[in-house]
Design a protein around this ligand. Sequence first.
Ligand SMILES: [Zn+2]
Length: 112
Amino acid sequence: MGSLIEMRSSRFRCSLEAVLEHLDARQLSWCFMAPPPVRFTTQGPVRGPCSHKHKNLESAADCLGEDEALCFTRGKHTDREIFVLEGPSRRKLTPAEAQAVQEHLRRQSAGR
Ligand SMILES: [Zn+2]
């Protein structure tokens, strides 16, 4: 019985090693660490930041739309754009995300 358990545990160890062998360090850290929270914010050179940490792209798009509406009453456009906050780093929207924002805003303005 003892040898069977030993055999099983050694086989388990082997298969675990085989799994680990096929993962690189980056994948491992992805497995063991919680992914960084993704947040969205808006900022422009003139308008400055909205200082929010929006939990989703739609919420950031709404915020951008409100700022645009405010600027539009003064005959101007907002220069803010949406940034994606991924942990300590930030990035601009991908073309697909930017398109989703435009479609969201178009739907919102059509609903008004
Ligand atoms: Zn905002």
